[in-house]
Design a protein around this ligand. Structure first.
Ligand code: 3HC
Length: 284
């Protein structure tokens, strides 16, 4: 079965990017939010990103219009009834995600595949909350979704191998490079990235060097596109804190323990670019 109609739950930072790349690849795509305001914000941001792409000469005006034409917004999960694949990209909250999966299971046809864009929750628990654990996988995109080339597809011990292959082919059809990982918290990228980001915060707190110098060192010394603090601000300080806690709970290893400064940043509301202030100040 080829995946044609796609649903995306959540039109936040990740969901809007996922919906955009699905629509751009020609899929009839429905994206949902919990209310009209959040939906309007997400849809406006997709239009703005595509508009910038036209300005930069990366896509044509026609491609922008056909992408928008493939995209429908909704606040009703019931609109996902006809979807072949639904990708959940809601807030990283276990209870909320479990409820979404239970609801989708009732709404969608038995052949539909469910994917979760979770960064850190385990896919097996999401899978067994449905009556179709053999059709549930992780589909993990990277921020900013339209620019980052990777997708991790995550299979559990319950998944049907043909479902992993279908989702892999779907990801490749979006123009992404797909890697496959087992269902272990953090998969490949966050398993290696999160300890690095947390270590950067620890050495800053220890006074090893200035934040700007640490960022420069990792950019120029390792050829990374961004230093760890710029990347923390992009990913979200709150999101990183949440992921670190879950990884620490799973592995009980010090490398995943959120450092005190990270917790203080979250409490202080410095959540990164999205709040105008994280390690850097974006208010201007
Ligand atoms: N439409 C189309 N193309 C666009 C565009 C748009 N609106 N905006 C930018 N682009 C293109 C640019 O033209 C450019 O293309 P080119 O290389 O062919 O010239 C390319 O995208 C890069 O854009 P910019 O030059 O404007 O920006 P930078 O060169 O500064 O790159 C970045 C920005 C891609 C974000 C880069 O800094 C980067 O790769 N950073 C690291 C991001 C990262 O690591 N993300 C993963 C985070 S972890 C995660 O998400 C997992 C989660 O679970 C936590």
């Amino acid at each position: 079965m080829a995946i044609e109609r796609v649903g995306v739950v959540g039109c936040g930072l990740m969901g809007r990017g996922i919906a955009q790349v699905c629509a751009r690849a020609g899929h009839a795509t429905i994206v949902s939010e919990i209310n009209d305001d959040l939906l309007a914000t997400g849809m406006a941001s997709i239009e703005k990103f595509l508009g910038k792409g036209v300005e930069k000469g990366k896509i044509s005006e026609e491609e922008m219009q056909s992408t928008l034409g493939n995209l429908t917004g909704t606040t009703d999960l019931g609109s996902f009834a006809e979807c072949d694949l639904v990708i959940e990209a809601a807030t990283e909250n276990r209870e909320m995600k479990l409820e979404i999966f239970r609801n989708l299971d009732e709404i969608c046809g038995p052949g539909a595949i469910f994917g979760s864009n979770t960064s850190s929750l385990n896919i097996t628990e999401l899978a067994v909350s449905t009556g179709r654990p053999d059709r549930v996988v992780g589909v993990h995109f990277f921020n900013p979704v339209p620019l980052m080339k990777l997708v991790e597809v995550v299979g559990t011990m319950l998944v049907d191998d043909s479902v992993v292959e279908e989702v892999k082919a779907f990801g490749q059809g979006l123009g992404k490079v797909v890697v496959v990982a087992r269902d272990r918290t953090g998969f490949i990228v966050n398993r290696l990235l999160v300890p690095y980001l947390l270590d950067a915060i620890r050495v800053l707190d220890e006074g090893l060097a200035k934040m700007e110098d640490i960022d420069q060192a990792m950019k120029l010394g390792c050829g990374y596109p961004m230093g760890p603090f710029a990347l923390l601000d992009l990913v979200g300080i709150d999101t990183t804190y949440y992921i670190a806690n879950i990884m620490y709970e799973e592995f009980r290893e010090h490398q995943f323990a959120p450092p005190p400064l990270l917790r203080r940043m979250v409490l202080a509301g410095r959540h990164g670019r999205k709040t105008g202030r994280g390690f850097y100040d974006y208010s201007k």
